[in-house]
Design a protein around this ligand. Structure first.
Ligand code: DP6
Length: 359
């Protein structure tokens, strides 16, 4: 068995069409309603974890680009509370790993490597806190990196990870404690999260492409943790769980049949409902910027076509547009012509968190 000294993992972000908004049990990170998302691919986070690399801190985060991450990736600006959240999550995963590994017939690192100091470097390939879920991708990549660092036989672990969805889902459940939406970034492209469980969802859709229309890169004023609490003060909260559940059931049926128009209609209604909850909270707040409304008004007529784009927003000002791959150039051209000032990030559906390298 070789001793792990350095691990590099990569996990994509995901975009929810049925939103996780509201917690039933905050201590266990259980959502009020089930959610359903599409896992992305290139919009992702990288985590490099080095073991025992000259620090006395049990977990040290360095604001440096991970070795092996693409040069265009950006190191997030983490401050005290953010670093503490990362540390706590590392300790949580490190503690849970021996019994999890054993449950899958795998051993924990016997030489104490998993108890030596960890040095972390992290980076995202997209702007931080601008409505692309960086906490989803970074906690998924972090959970996976710590898991590999704790394994006695990283190659054996990776083999089972790639073959056995139960191991993938056990890690996703652990990741949920770091950030809820991260549990949907372990597989793909379509993932449902309900209670403690995540699983893949069948899709009959043809090849898709994803565009993020970035109207603003400003940091969020209201964190999603605050938003999960605030939505319950809205008069529109009543009936929310039932409506989200009914939409999720209809969305799954439409996905299986590849009914794009139905999927698009459901996603549009769900995005508006989540943002309406924000706008009508007892202390109303909004993630939108002026450009958000311009884009939504511009997109509204397209919702009526036979193969409309799937449009949604996360907790941020930017609009997400998923379209048939054959329509990609059409949409890019129209956006460039009518909104020359906004930048567009391009992606596609992906497979979820993966090990990149282990030494
Ligand atoms: C708006 O997963 O960021 O992106 O569990 O408190 O970390 P915590 O919340 P988080 O919430 C994401 C909410 C959302 C919708 C979604 O992705 O489902």
């Amino acid at each position: 068995m070789r001793r792990v000294v350095r691990v590099l993992t990569r996990a994509p972000s995901n975009i929810a069409l049925i939103k996780y908004m509201g917690k039933k049990d905050a201590a266990n990170q259980l959502p009020d309603n089930g959610s359903l998302s599409m896992t992305l691919d290139r919009l992702c986070s990288f985590v490099e974890l080095s073991i025992g690399a000259g620090t006395s801190d049990p977990v040290e985060w360095l604001p440096e680009l991970p070795e092996g991450a693409p040069a265009h990736a950006r190191v997030p600006e983490l401050e005290g509370p953010g670093i503490l959240k990362v540390r706590r999550h590392v300790e949580r995963v490190r503690e849970a790993m021996p019994s999890l590994l054993e449950a899958f017939g795998l051993g924990a690192s016997g030489d104490g490597a998993s108890r030596q100091p960890f040095v972390l470097r992290t980076a995202n390939t997209f702007p931080q806190a601008s409505g692309i879920a960086s906490s989803a991708s970074s906690f998924a990549a972090l959970t996976l990196a710590v898991a590999f660092a704790c394994a006695r036989d990283p190659d054996g672990f990776n083999k089972i990870y790639l073959e056995n969805k139960s191991l993938v889902r056990a890690l996703a459940a652990l990741s949920r404690y770091g950030s809820g939406s991260s549990c949907r970034s372990f597989e793909g492209p379509w993932v449902e999260w309900e209670g403690e469980e995540t699983h893949g969802v069948t899709s009959g859709l043809p090849e898709l492409r994803h565009l993020v229309l970035v109207v603003s890169e400003k940091l969020k004023r209201v964190s999603s943790s605050q938003a999960h609490l605030a939505v319950k003060t809205s008069p529109l909260w009543q009936g929310r769980v039932e409506r989200a559940t009914a939409r999720r059931v209809s969305l799954k049926a439409a996905l299986a049949l590849g009914e794009l128009a139905t999927i698009s209609r459901i996603a549009w209604a769900e995005a508006w409902e989540m943002h309406s909850l924000f706008h009508t909270a007892s202390q109303p707040f909004s993630y939108w910027e002026g450009g958000t409304m311009d884009l939504l008004q511009w997109l509204a007529p397209a919702m009526q076509g036979d193969s409309p784009p799937i449009v949604t927003l996360d907790a941020g000002p930017n609009t997400h547009l998923t379209c048939l791959s054959e329509q990609l150039e059409h949409w890019k051209g129209r956006i460039q012509r009518d909104f020359p000032g906004i930048s567009v990030l391009e992606d596609q559906p992906g497979v979820g968190a993966r090990l990149v390298q282990v030494q």
